[in-house]
Design a protein around this ligand. Sequence first.
Ligand SMILES: C[S@@+](CC[C@H](N)C(=O)[O-])C[C@H]1O[C@@H](n2cnc3c(N)ncnc32)[C@H](O)[C@@H]1O
Length: 209
Amino acid sequence: MKEIVIIGHKAATAPFSLNDLPGAAGRMDILCRCVSSALFLSHDLRRDVRVHIILKGPPDEPKAIRFDGSSIRYLSPDERSSASLIKKALEKNVRNFWMESTPGVSIRKGDFGNILHEINKKVIYLCEGGEDIRGKRLAGTFDDTVFVLGDHLGLTGDEEKTIEEYEHEIVSIGPLSLHADHCIVLLLNELDRKEYLNRNVQSGEDDYS
Ligand SMILES: C[S@@+](CC[C@H](N)C(=O)[O-])C[C@H]1O[C@@H](n2cnc3c(N)ncnc32)[C@H](O)[C@@H]1O
C-alpha cells in the first residue's frame, strides 16, 4: 500500500453543505481533489493507495478519514462525490478507533500525530524546499513509506516537528509551488515510472527512469 496523508487545517469536522466546499467547509475542496487524484486512473482505481485526510477545522477537531483504494465503493472522480462520502463519514458518532462509514471509507478521532504513529513508516514530506525527487533513489515498492502533504496553509512548525520524530526525507516535486492534488498526480507518476523500471529492468524493456 502507498500511504498518503494530507492535512486540512480548516476542514470541517461536522457535516457540511456540498454547495460551499471552499468556504463553509473550510477548503474541503482541496482534500476532495487530493482524494480523487490519489485514487483514480482512467477507467480504473489505484487499488494500492490509501489516502488519509486530517480534518482540523471546527467544531469537533481533530478527525481523520481514510479512503482505501482496495475496497472503495460509490466514489467517482468529481469533488462532490468524495465530499459526499466525507460528509457521510462525519455523520457517524466518531470514536478513537476506525469505524467504516461506507465501503472503503473509515473515520476516527485523531490528529496528524496519531495517524503517523499508527502508520509508523518512514515519512516522505513533500515540500517546496525539499530535495528534487528525480535525483532520489526511492525504494521499489513504497510499502514502507508514508507521503505527507499540506493544504493551502502548508504544514505548521508543530506538524514538521512531528515528522522529525520519524525517519524522514523532505522531497520536492519540482521548482514551483503547486496545488497539493497536482503534487499527488506528479508524485504517483514518478512512483509508477520507478516501479515500471524496477519490473522491467531485467528484461531490458522501456526505461522510464
Ligand atoms: C499549495 S501548497 C502550500 C503552499 C503554502 N502556502 C506553503 O507555504 O506551504 C500545498 C502543499 O503541496 C505540496 N507542494 C506544493 N508544491 C510542492 C513542490 N514543488 N514540491 C513538493 N511539494 C509541494 C506541499 O506539501 C504543500 O504543503
